[in-house]
Design a protein around this ligand. Sequence first.
Ligand code: SF4
Ligand code: SF4
Length: 134
Amino acid sequence: MRIVISADKIHSDFVRQIEESSGQLLLACNQCGKCSAGCPVVAAMDLLPNQVIRLAQLGMEEVLESNTLWLCASCLTCVTRCPKGVDLPRLMEALRVIALRRGVTKLDLSALPPELLKALPQLAIVGGYRKYVK
Ligand code: SF4
Ligand code: SF4
């Protein structure tokens, strides 16, 4: 990924929107990496959780394309490990909401095989709708 850093991006509406929506200060994160070191889902993520924050700090909207936002299980492990008190799941949620508002929809029930739909627990479908559908 090509990274272009500019003051305009760092002070952009995108950064302000993430901070307002999550209630977190992006620059509180000092990139220590403790969140990523303890994340149980990291093997499947295309960006480490601390990399998601770094791109967000830099105002890089490419972060919205990362699968990490959708794989985060909101398990709070990173929250217990963060020395700066950053609530990373809230940041992930804010980024998901921004992505959803831009038209991204990650769950298409009609595309799921009927056998799978029958086997899925109701909770999974309700949870999926809450997390993946705008
Ligand atoms: S543990 Fe906290 S300070 Fe360290 S990289 Fe993760 S979010 Fe940033
Ligand atoms: S809340 Fe998300 S980013 Fe944090 S440890 Fe859990 S799965 Fe990883």
